[in-house]
Design a protein around this ligand. Structure first.
Ligand code: UDX
Length: 448
């Protein structure tokens, strides 16, 4: 009897934060569509909904996070806790998976799982790393030790506008910054992540190298490993959602009632939080702009509040349908909707890339990590958005929305983002950079 050849297996280890889970599951789908079997290891904490992906094998490992550790507002602390608590469960899980046939070709881990450095090699299996940021932010992070040594990361406000000699596109205030009580904890994270990247068998980026050729050259000089920029991931397959929060689909019927390109969509992603006064300034700024707006306010993202209870009574009603506030949105669909014309964003890389792919110009309000680098690129390098650089004030928001949505400056910004969208489409087509890089990546994995 003819025996069917078993598909090669790839084991992926997802990091349990929304901005990391999305690209890892999208990557898993890309490999599945290219004939691989997928085993996805995930933690109990923030575990994805496996029923949305019946074509994958899901393996859950205990992460040992207590309730108080899991709700720690210091995300860097959570990252370290997960890295120390998952060593044994991940090791046991991998050992078991590797004893099964067919043996996995490689393990793909999120870069934040820095503890896997050396561990996978002990099992004799190649480790490829998924870095969920773009190449420009990657280069900035890779110079981290120099930036720290030169004191750039602890400069006073008066030096914030100085250029960074080592990173010509950035000013001191654009450098990556960690939201943590203890700066040493951010340093330890960076050192661990860098070491684990350098010892890996390759790095995959959800990025488009045609948009960042200089940065790719720079990164390759510092990293003696293979790079595969194969983004934008979400454009390969229309996959089910791996949203950890329930997406409010009523956004889409509300958008259906708005005129084309009229709506400003506002969201600060899955981690960033703001204080009450910033929230109210954004609320009044959006309202006073007179544009319709769809605003995602994640529960718990306003310090000291459950949700939007501090909004003045009647705020939403008085806008007579011109505003919709939800807890979580189907973001890719919202950005793709014909009514959406602008994006007030925290500049997480997934959001930025999703915005570029729909040619939606942006207003940047970055918080931490790579978001500041992305904001600088959006506003001053690619010039596809405006940057809210000062303390959040209603007039500043109102003016930014008006400029983006109704002025000739906004029109110019809109024109500049169109070729970027085009590049994001072309790179996936036969002969395009991401197309070629994916072919190379698959050949590389099959050669192990
Ligand atoms: C984090 C960091 O903040 C970011 O800088 C880094 O690049 C990745 O990890 P996050 O804050 O979650 O990411 O932002 P982002 O990278 O933009 O990812 C958010 C994801 O959630 C996007 O894919 C977006 O489509 C999705 N999302 C967001 C929703 O599905 N619904 C929403 O309402 C908001």
């Amino acid at each position: 009897m003819e025996t069917r050849e078993a598909k090669p297996v790839i084991v992926l280890f997802a990091f349990p934060l929304q901005g990391h889970l999305n690209p890892m599951i999208q990557l898993a789908n890309i490999f599945f569509n290219r004939g691989f079997s997928i085993t996805l290891i995930h933690t109990h904490f923030n575990s994805p909904n496996s029923s949305n992906f019946p074509h994958f094998t899901f393996v859950s490992i205990p992460d040992g996070l207590s309730e108080s550790e899991a709700s720690n507002p210091d995300v860097i602390d959570i990252l370290h806790d997960l890295n120390s608590k998952c060593v044994a469960p991940f090791g046991d899980c991998l050992k078991k998976l590797l004893s099964e046939e067919p043996k996995a070709a490689c393990v793909i881990v999120d870069a934040l799982w820095y503890f896997t450095d050396g561990l996978t090699e002990n099992f004799g299996i190649p480790r490829i790393v998924l870095r969920t940021i773009n190449l420009s932010a990657f280069v900035a992070f890779s110079k981290f030790h120099v930036l720290r040594e030169k004191g750039y990361l602890s400069l006073q406000d008066s030096q914030a506008d100085l250029p960074v000699p080592e990173l010509p596109n950035l000013r001191m205030k654009d450098l990556p910054w960690f939201q943590t009580e203890d700066p040493r904890s951010g340093d330890t994270l960076q050192i661990g992540v860098m070491k684990a990247l350098k010892s890996s068998s390759g790095i995959i980026f959800n990025a488009i190298e045609d948009l960042e050729t200089e940065q790719l050259d720079q990164a390759l000089k510092e990293f003696p490993v293979s790079f595969f920029s194969i983004g934008p991931f979400h454009r390969y397959v229309s996959a089910s959602s791996c949203s950890l929060l329930t997406q409010d689909m009523t956004c889409l019927s509300w958008l259906d009632k708005q005129t084309p390109n009229s709506v400003i969509y506002a969201s600060l992603g899955s981690i960033a939080s703001i204080d009450e006064s910033e929230f109210l300034e954004i609320a009044w700024g959006l309202r006073n702009s007179n544009q319709p707006f769809l605003w995602v306010v994640r529960p718990g993202s306003i310090h000291g509040n459950e949700w939007i209870e501090i909004l003045p009574k009647g705020f939403i009603e008085n806008l007579e349908g011109r505003c919709k506030i939800v807890k979580w949105a189907p973001q890719p669909e919202v950005l793709a909707h014909r009514a959406t014309g602008g994006f007030l964003t925290h500049c997480g890389w997934n959001s930025t890339l999703e915005g570029i792919c729909e040619a939606i110009p942006m207003i940047c309000k970055p918080s931490f990590g790579d978001q500041r680098v992305n904001a600088r690129y959006i506003s001053d390098v690619w010039k596809i958005g405006l940057h809210l650089e000062n303390k959040i004030e209603r007039l500043e928001i109102e003016n930014a929305v008006r400029t983006l949505m109704t002025s000739s400056e906004g029109e110019e910004i809109r024109k500049r983002i169109l070729p970027m969208k085009e590049t994001a489409e072309q790179c996936l087509k036969l002969g395009g950079s991401s197309f070629r890089n994916l072919e190379n990546l698959i050949a590389y994995i099959l050669s192990f």
